[in-house]
Structure formats: C-alpha cells, structure tokens
Design a protein around this ligand. Structure first.
Ligand code: PLP
Length: 388
C-alpha cells in the first residue's frame, strides 16, 4: 500500500487524503517522499515562520529538549517567563499571558477569561463575525462564523450573535451593554484572507469602549510578523482587551497564547484555567528563537515585491490580490482554486486552495527576494494552467 492508502486506512476521514507527503525541508524549500522539490508558499498555514530546519530553531529546540523538555505547570521554567516578557515588550502594553498548545486552545482561554468578566458584569452574549474562524473545539467553534462547520455540532451553551465582517454599523447595532465580548480577526484568514475596510478595527474598539464589551483580537494567523508588523492590530493603532496567538509563534512547534491587557489580564483566579503541556519549555524555546529571528524589515521588503509582482499579472481568471504582508489571497473570477493549487504544485510551488475562488499565499517570513521572483515568474503560467 502507498503511504496515501495507509493514511486513508488508518486516519479518520476528517482531512481527506492530502495530495503530497512531505519528507523534509530547508529554508523555504521542501521535498516530498519521492524527492521532488517545492518552494513552500504556504508554510504549514502561515506557521513555519522561519521556514524549515532554520539553524536557530534547530539549535534552540535541541538545546531545550536535551536540557528539560517538560515541567508541567506544577513547576515554572525560565523559557516561559522569558517568552511572556518578550511578548509584553513587543506589545508595549501592560499585559499578562497564558500559554496553551494551539490556536483553538488560546481562544478557549480567551473565551473563559471573557466569561469571567461577563459574569461579574452581568453580561450575557458574545458577538463574532460571519465567516470568521476561531477553531474547532466546542467553545471556539461556537464563535466560528462559518455555518457549515459550526452547525453540525450545535447548539452551543453560549449565546453568540454573528454580524457581517467589516460592517461597522452592523457591529454597532449588535453590541449593547449586555454584550460580554466581540471576537474578531484583524483580517479574516480562513475566509480567504479578507481584510476589513479601513477604520473597521478602530470602529470596533470604539463600539466596545462605549458599551463596555471586551474586544478580543484573534491574531492566531495574523501575528508574529506575518503582516509586516509584530501584531496586525498594531498597524490599526488599536489595542484589544484580549489577544490570542498561535500559528507563527512557535515556528512549527505547537504553542498558543492568550494575552489579557490591563485589568483583564488579572481576572483568572487560581485554579480557573490550566494546561499540562501549555508553555512547554521546548515550544517556548522555539518561540523565543522565532522572535529573535523574524526580521520585519525583510518581511515588508519581500512582501511588497511579491504583491507588486502578483498584481502585475493580467489574466481573465485572476480578479486580484488582497491581504497584508506575506499573507495574500489571490482571488479568482471562477471557483478554480483547486485547479490552481494543483497547477502550482506541478510547477513546484505549494499554495493553498482556501476558498473555491481564493488561493492563500503565505511563504515563510524568511523567503528570499529570489524565491519570490521565482514564484512571480511562474505565476502567469500557473493561472493559465488552472483556467484550462
Ligand atoms: C488557525 C486558526 C485558529 C485555530 O488554530 P488551531 O491551532 O488550528 O487550533 C483560530 N483562529 C484563527 C484566526 C486561525 O487562523
């Protein structure tokens, strides 16, 4: 049996069978089990920030795993303290941190933290955005605005009201003095890398301020340099009350974080929340290596180059390019993203058919100008192939 058949046999069918089996990587390059080389323009869903086998990540993880790999939260360790302090310094705000292992867990922590606030204030419901994505566990799923993945598992024990993303008036209408919190992505990732209109996040901040609802920024996909800023909300000049992080933070090692600002950061009482693996020393060491090696100036430079290159491509199938930094959606006029993903793979590039009409392009943050040029040069033929 092939590896693909064995996967299909041994795994639950929730993922389907992925089309390519990867064996190894180096920088922005990966090789499949047959030895075929690809340029990785999806980075494990905007997660492998430093690309593959980055020497600093390898060194940090190797050093940590051979020193102490796990303590549980019965004992503290220095890497977790260093990482929390680093995040606070990058956020440049009074904040306190909880470490989890994934995005959905970071949002579960945010949800519980917001609930503590809501119970204290007598507030009853949450607001989130249509087409938003916050994770697959029941709590985060209840906030996820895509009915197709939420509804088969509802109803949920919390009242969540959905508003169209990017519509400040609808948000204003939905958020009253009874609202606990508003969960928003600064740009919607899974929806197709959809940025909101200018001023939306600022408007959300104002609406929350005037009603006393908390603003929760789900930056699980958008943070850690992906947009050319450490955090996307910093570009909007907005500070949320709660921030969640995961994907790019560990550079491929599993870690999530929930950050509470000001008074909110102190709301959990002893025993309110926890995680055996959360803030694991190896993942924290990896995250510190990521933060030491992400170069925002480089991200801005190569992302401008990538965007300009893609925007110059003219093809009837290609409607345009949206997104921020090294996090782009190529939008199609017809639902042919699966064909585009396949055509790209045949040409030696990994991208992700995110929506029927949108392809996600999210290379490692260390992608070079030459690698960007290689993709841009190949792109017209890939689009042409997808259109056939
Ligand atoms: C990926 C993602 C999540 C879920 O993260 P997992 O690590 O898959 O649980 C939540 N929110 C956003 C915005 C994401 O992109």
């Amino acid at each position: 049996m092939s590896l693909f058949e064995r996967f299909e046999d041994a795994f639950m069918p929730n993922y389907g069978v992925p089309p390519i089996a990867l064996a190894r990587g180096e920088g922005s390059r990966v090789w499949d089990v047959e030895g075929r080389e690809y340029l990785d323009f999806i980075a494990g869903i905007a997660t492998s920030s430093l690309g593959h086998a980055h020497p600093a990540l390898v060194e940090a993880v190797t050093r940590q795993v051979s020193t102490i790999a796990h303590t549980s939260n019965l004992f503290l360790h220095e890497p977790e303290v260093l990482l929390a302090e680093r995040l606070r310094a990058l956020l440049n705000a009074p904040a306190r941190v909880f470490f989890a292992n994934s995005g959905t867990e970071a949002n579960e922590a945010a949800y519980k933290l917001a609930l503590k606030y809501g119970r204290r204030e007598g507030r009853t419901y949450f607001v989130a955005a249509e087409n938003g994505f916050h994770g697959r566990t029941i709590g985060a799923l209840s906030l996820t605005g895509k009915a197709a993945i939420r509804e088969p598992f509802g109803p949920f024990p919390v009242d969540v009201r959905f508003v169209p993303y990017g519509d400040a008036d609808a948000l204003k209408e939905a958020v009253t003095g009874d609202c606990v919190a508003v969960f928003l992505e600064p740009t919607q990732g899974e929806a197709g890398v959809v940025p909101p209109p200018d001023g939306y996040f600022e408007a959300a901040r104002e609406i929350c301020d005037s009603t006393g609802a908390l603003l929760v920024a789900d930056e699980i996909q958008s943070a850690i340099g992906r947009t050319g800023h450490w955090f996307a909300h910093q570009a909007d000049g907005v500070t949320p009350d709660i921030l969640t992080l995961a994907k790019g933070l560990g550079g491929g090692l599993p870690i999530g974080a929930c950050v509470g600002f000001g008074e909110i950061g102190g709301l959990f009482a002893k025993g309110d929340h926890g995680s055996t693996f959360g803030g694991n020393p190896v993942s924290c060491a990896a995250a510190l290596a990521v933060l030491d090696n992400v170069d925002l100036a480089h991200v801005r430079e190569v992302s401008a180059r990538l965007r300009a290159g893609l925007e110059a491509v003219r093809h009837p199938l290609l409607k345009g390019v949206r997104g921020r930094g090294l996090w782009l959606g190529a939008v199609l006029r017809e639902p042919r993203s699966a064909q585009l993903q396949q055509a790209a793979a045949r040409a030696g590039f990994l991208v992700n058919a995110l929506q029927p009409d949108a392809v996600r392009i999210a290379p490692p943050l260390v992608v070079t100008a030459e690698e960007v040029d290689a993709f841009v040069t190949a792109f017209p033929a890939i689009v042409e192939e997808a259109a056939k």
